[in-house]
Design a protein around this ligand. Structure first.
Ligand code: SF4
Length: 223
């Protein structure tokens, strides 16, 4: 299994070069891995398309780019700035409250541990793992979203029902050298090739390494 994982990851590392990076990775690069901006962009990205996340993050950061500046904004203003991300009303409250707590409890800095991050409003394991990987340069975390969960199961690396189960199973299945890059590789693949419905198996760079578990309908055409 680990040999197959290595082969898949090596191939994906080359194959994803022709696709756009996911929004949060791009934001992390543009803002020099600023933990605060990575945190907020990841919070906005949940169940939201990448272009919408990128535009909403840019609008918010043009007005406020520190926890103090965002905490000082009225929730209605945050709502207006981040609209139309999914659940923008709830996310506006979470963003404002998370900023307040970062100021009050963490001296204005995004905390660098999983346990501390999970105490912030609206922050779950996916967001916390991505902040630890992209902003705090952790090599000890795997960030699992819906793409990573789906593709890991299609590849037969795990047999799990939830992203959280997948995260824990992947720590066993994937050699540690890949932990920090699993998210980037599989999210990029999931957005472009191994889509939720009609994955384009016919032009998939790892088709010969994939048992396609659970795949019933395959998309036509190239990517
Ligand atoms: S072969 Fe199909 S199911 Fe397997 S990774 Fe490629 S697109 Fe996904």
């Amino acid at each position: 299994m680990r040999r197959t994982v290595n082969a898949v990851m090596r191939r994906l590392g080359k194959a994803i070069a022709r696709f756009e990076e996911p929004a949060v990775e791009k934001i992390a690069e543009q803002h020099h891995d600023d933990p605060f901006q990575v945190l907020i962009a990841t919070m906005l990205s949940a169940q939201t398309r990448d272009p919408v996340t990128a535009a909403a993050s840019a609008r918010l950061f043009r007005v406020a780019r520190t926890p103090a500046a965002v905490a000082a904004l009225p929730v209605r203003r945050i709502e207006t700035l981040i609209y139309p991300v999914s659940f923008y009303r709830t996310k506006a409250v979470h963003v404002r409250d998370a900023c307040r707590q970062i100021l009050e409890r963490f001296g204005g800095r995004v905390p660098p541990t999983m346990n501390e991050l999970l105490t912030l409003p609206g922050v779950g394991r996916k967001t916390a793992n991505l902040v630890l990987i992209l902003a705090h340069r952790s090599a000890d975390n795997i960030c699992v979203d819906t793409h990573v969960h789906r593709i890991s199961n299609r590849l037969g690396w795990v047999r799990t029902r939830t992203p959280e189960e997948t995260e824990h199973a992947l720590y066993e299945a994937v050699p540690k050298r890949w932990w920090a890059t699993v998210n980037l590789y599989l999210v990029t693949w999931g957005q472009n090739v191994c889509r939720p419905v009609y994955p384009v198996c016919g032009s998939c760079a790892i088709a010969d390494l994939c048992p396609r578990i659970g795949v019933t309908r395959i998309g036509k055409g190239g990517v």
